[in-house]
Design a protein around this ligand. Sequence first.
Ligand SMILES: Cc1cc2nc3c(=O)[nH]c(=O)nc-3n(C[C@H](O)[C@H](O)[C@H](O)COP(=O)(O)O)c2cc1C
Length: 276
Amino acid sequence: MDATNTSDGRRAALAARYGADAVPPAGPWNATLDLLAAHRSVRAFTDEPLAAGTVETLVAAAQSAATSSNMQLWSVIAVTNPATKALLGEVAHHQKHVPQAPLVLVFLADLSRAARLGAAESMRLEGLDYLESFVVAAMDAAIAAQNAVVAAESLGLGTVYLGAIRNDPAQVAAALKLPAGAMAVVGLVVGHIAQPGTVKPRLAQAAVLHRETYQVPDEAKLRADYDRTLAAFWEGQGRPATGWTQAVKERLGSVAGMHGRHRLREILQTLGFPLR
Ligand SMILES: Cc1cc2nc3c(=O)[nH]c(=O)nc-3n(C[C@H](O)[C@H](O)[C@H](O)COP(=O)(O)O)c2cc1C
């Protein structure tokens, strides 16, 4: 990727990210920021295999991420088996691009390794029983996964997250033979790009950036502006011109919209997370 060191290049990258009317003021910029600003999820992959060592490279990037107290309460399962990829795609609401791609990295919140450490040291690690430990493990897994995304994109590969594997964590745990205390938080589909996708605009910075303390901005205006920007984006993709407000209402407006994920607490308890 070319570095857009010029102010024009930086402006173009930010205009794609925010829409032309919501470009934030100029600041420092470099090739890494170009890569980050150009992120888009990819949902169409070729059948070209990944270069040898790609999994190890992506995992090295993932393990280079910060991790809470260096406890490294996460693991990853590299899935290439077509039947397992197909199952993950099915659990994730029939996402067809999943079996298409050569690799799915399943990132786990993994307290089981620490539990085994405790057992080997004849010590029950009480702290593992608490919600805090699950949150730490889930954050570790997500932060590691995002490093893998950036690494893959830097290599010219496409990725898309697969949060929808949480539609049925128990089925995923059984398929991947997860021990108690490990839960698949998110999948990451990785492959060579068949259709590159387009940068999807985000909310204006004024909607998310607070200075010193939280101050609710003029959200009605920010939302209306973003509804228009996002609707135009979808129209450009040949899709219904749905605004953001409508999308959030559909996603969060009913328990049905959660596709089974409303049962997460009880399922986690069956998977070995007491969540005290
Ligand atoms: C935790 C997480 C879970 C996601 N799960 C899915 C998913 O199951 N299927 C999918 O197609 N996209 C999934 N996505 C991708 C988002 O839909 C996508 O990032 C968002 O629409 C913004 O688009 P962009 O990534 O192209 O900028 C997920 C993203 C995140 C961060």
